[in-house]
Structures are given as structure tokens and as C-alpha cells.
Design a protein. Structure first.
Length: 245
């Protein structure tokens, strides 16, 4: 019997080279090393490292997440409303949800799948079909806890799916953070990559941070340009002085 390799390693010679490994593959591309995986509902590529010097003989790859069909924004709104109603601000406990694709009906559904709940943790009912088939696993975090925790990293390793946290659910500005996980490798993504619209009343933390970073980089570039222009000015003065000697 010919048993296929669960994990493969390859050179990427074409940008449309298909993903064939049952679990995931490591692809060496022109511009870096990438982890690639696919399942019925999703294809995902995470950049593991980038090359300072490109390998021109290979194809270019890029980090990406592509869904068979994007998740309706109403799903995120419904989960937020349910999480608010399932616990109060004074006695907060985390809650866990699964978003899954029904192949027969061709629609997304969500389900609350918490087995046990406390202020800082929640454990899934791992025998629940919704959990087993989840495309997105999303849980609430205590107020102010806006990052995935070390425990989240541990719990979410060994899976290929989307992960999310909902933060400050009882506040004026509840927020969401999403990432894709490919068997122990994670990449944070803006919600617009996987949702058909931006959910109302939810701040996308990843998008917000990227916009702030881009603004900071732009300001730094402007400062560098001003410095260069001043340097050019003084250099011109010096050059004129030398020529007049």
C-alpha cells in the first residue's frame, strides 16, 4: 500500500502550483519560505521567512487566506450579542464558539461549544461535531486582554483553521482579533479577508494596528526625507564654496 506523505517539502516553480499535501507543505519560493495548506472551505499560506536575496529561478509566493465563501458579517454580530447575554460584566466568564460550513445547505452556522467556563479560560466540548468541523474557533477574553494568550497558542496548536478573540464585549467599543493557524504557525489577519462585510460595532484590532504602523512608517520616511534635503542643501553650499576657491 502506498501511504502518502502527510507533510511535503517543495520548490515553487509556478505561482499556481497546487497544494497537495494532506496536512501542509513547506514551499521554498523566490522570495521566502512558506507554509501552505488547504481544506474544503479554505486555502491558506503563511510566510515563515523572507529572503534578502531572491532566487530568480523560482516563483513568487505571498501570505494569503482564501475562503470558498466568506463568512457573513451577521455571524460575528450574533456571536457578540450571544456572548454579551451569556455573562454579565460584573461576573465575566469566557465563552467559546465554532463557526462551521454545512456542505449540504451551503451555508455557515455558529454554535456555542463551551464545556467549562471561568473568568480567564474556557474549554471546548471536543466531542461536538461543530467543534470538530469548525472553520473558525472564536472565544471571548476578559476586559483589556487584547492579545492571544500563551494558553491560546497552546490550545490552538495542531489545527488548521481560523481563530479569533472578542474583547471588551460589554464596553462601548468591543473589539475582535483574528488569525489563521496552520499546525503551530499563526498569522494575524484583518477581518475583511474572511468576512463578506465589516461587522458593525466591532473594532478590528489587526486592521487598526496595521494602519497605525503604516502611519508611523510614513512619518518616519518624511523625517528621513527632510534630513536628506537638509544634507543636500549643506552639500550644495560646500560645493559652491569649494568651486569659488
Amino acid at each position: 500500500m502506498n501511504i502518502p506523505e502527510l507533510i511535503t517539502r517543495k520548490f515553487l516553480f509556478a505561482s499556481d502550483q497546487p497544494i497537495q499535501a494532506p496536512l501542509y507543505e513547506i514551499a521554498i519560493a523566490q522570495n521566502g519560505v512558506f507554509k501552505r495548506a488547504r481544506r474544503r472551505e479554505m486555502t491558506a499560506v503563511i510566510e515563515l521567512s523572507s529572503f534578502a536575496v531572491r532566487i530568480e529561478e523560482l516563483a513568487i509566493e505571498k501570505a494569503r487566506v482564501e475562503l470558498k465563501k466568506k463568512i457573513p458579517a451577521r455571524i460575528f454580530a450574533e456571536i457578540l450579542n450571544h456572548s454579551r447575554n451569556s455573562t454579565d460584566a460584573a461576573n465575566f466568564t469566557e465563552n467559546l464558539y465554532a463557526v462551521y460550513w454545512d456542505e449540504q445547505i451551503e451555508k455557515y452556522f455558529w454554535k456555542e461549544i463551551s464545556g467549562t467556563r471561568s473568568f480567564g479560560s474556557t474549554i471546548a466540548r471536543d466531542d461536538d461535531a461543530a467543534y470538530q468541523n469548525a472553520l473558525l474557533e472564536i472565544h471571548t477574553h476578559p476586559p483589556g486582554c487584547r492579545e492571544f494568550s500563551n494558553q491560546d497558542d497552546c490550545d490552538e496548536s495542531g489545527k488548521f483553521r481560523l481563530f479569533g478573540i472578542l474583547v471588551d464585549i460589554h464596553g462601548e467599543k468591543p473589539a475582535i482579533r483574528l488569525r489563521v493557524g496552520i499546525y503551530d504557525s499563526f498569522w494575524e489577519i484583518p477581518i475583511e479577508l474572511v468576512s463578506d462585510a465589516l461587522p458593525e460595532n466591532l473594532t478590528d484590532l489587526v486592521k487598526q494596528e496595521r494602519e497605525q504602523f503604516a502611519k508611523t512608517c510614513k512619518n518616519l520616511r518624511n523625517e528621513v526625507n527632510e534630513f536628506v534635503l537638509i544634507g543636500e542643501y549643506y552639500a550644495t553650499e560646500n560645493l559652491t564654496y569649494i568651486e569659488n576657491l
